[in-house]
Design a protein around this ligand. Structure first.
Ligand SMILES: [Fe+2]
Ligand SMILES: [Fe+2]
Length: 302
């Protein structure tokens, strides 16, 4: 068995920091600039084909629930809003820099759907519980399992053994990881997030998403990501193999005041139908349009 220290060392030294694509950096800067017009931003994103395809994929995913097909970046900006677009561009760049194709032990599409669902559910849950919603809620949800991608890509044989053990025994996925690696994908993701100098509360959310009680800096964010992840694991359309055995952490439920089982079940039922039937589309559209109008007013006034 590899020692956790040697894995940590490998994660922190072997993995080259994939540079954030230049266009993504430019998009982030442009989005931050209140004088930026929608068409200018659209042109910038459109120069990167892979980025364009992924933004459109997210805009059209059932989790965003927009009723019409979004086939251009200009339309995506109007529908999603500037802030959401910025989060999406940054997260896409980080996730895609790691991901490899599907094989018998890893389902790339399932991973991507699970990541997006966790991001959207985390943001939705934050809104429903009246927590102050920051862009980081979506980003943390999207990135929480990036340790899985690291294991699949850089620790291929160990990852295969973990998956086989989880498939063939009663062990949970986390227990299988512990038995093969002496560490979990949450540890590995946390180490990489540190290596990438991501903000501390993102590192913490990634590192402790399966043990939210260990969070010190921002227990609320970690609890939100944890619960969103467990919600996702309960929804057949976005459940993944590596969530085998995950369950709600009592401390996280208490932190979010979700200890009442009937209330919790109501949330699960609501989110399941939200993902399956896109009932949120109208509200979402209204909120985003408000944001865009406000932005356009600021541009006009500037
Ligand atoms: Fe996880
Ligand atoms: Fe997860």
């Amino acid at each position: 068995m590899m020692s956790p220290e040697s894995i940590k060392e490998r994660v922190q030294t072997i993995i080259q920091l994939p540079a954030l694509p230049t266009v993504a950096m430019e998009v982030v800067e442009m989005v931050d600039n209140p004088k930026t017009s929608a068409s200018k931003l659209g042109k910038m994103i459109s120069t990167d084909q892979a980025l364009t395809a992924k933004v459109l994929k997210i805009a059209n995913s059932p989790f965003y629930g927009f009723p019409k097909k979004i086939s251009t970046i200009d339309f995506a900006i109007i529908v999603l809003g500037y802030d959401a677009l910025k989060e999406i561009v940054i997260s896409i760049s980080l996730v895609s820099s790691l991901q490899k194709k599907s094989d018998s032990h890893f389902d790339a599409k399932g991973f991507w759907d699970h990541s997006i669902a966790s991001g959207v559910l985390a943001r939705r849950l934050a809104r429903d519980l009246n927590y102050r919603i920051s862009g980081e809620v979506f980003v943390a949800g999207l990135l929480h399992d990036m340790g899985i991608s690291v294991l699949h890509r850089y620790f291929r044989n160990e990852f295969k053994r973990v998956v086989d053990i989880a498939r063939e025994t009663d062990l949970t996925f986390l227990e299988a990881e512990e038995s093969v690696l002496g560490a979990t994908h949450a540890d590995v993701g946390g180490w990489l997030a540190e290596r990438w100098n991501l903000p501390d509360h993102l590192v913490e959310a990634i590192k402790h998403h399966h043990a939210p009680g260990r969070a010190e800096r921002n227990p609320e964010l970690v609890s939100l990501i944890h619960c969103a992840d467990v919600f996702a694991s309960r929804i057949a359309d976005v459940a993944v193999e590596f969530d085998k055995g995950v369950d709600f952490d009592e401390a996280a439920l208490a932190k979010l005041q979700l200890t009442d089982e009937s209330v919790l079940n109501e949330y699960i039922a609501n989110y399941t139908s939200m993902i399956q039937t896109d009932i949120d589309q109208v509200t979402h559209l209204e909120i985003v349009n408000e944001g865009t109008k406000a932005h356009d007013r600021r541009v006009a006034e500037a």
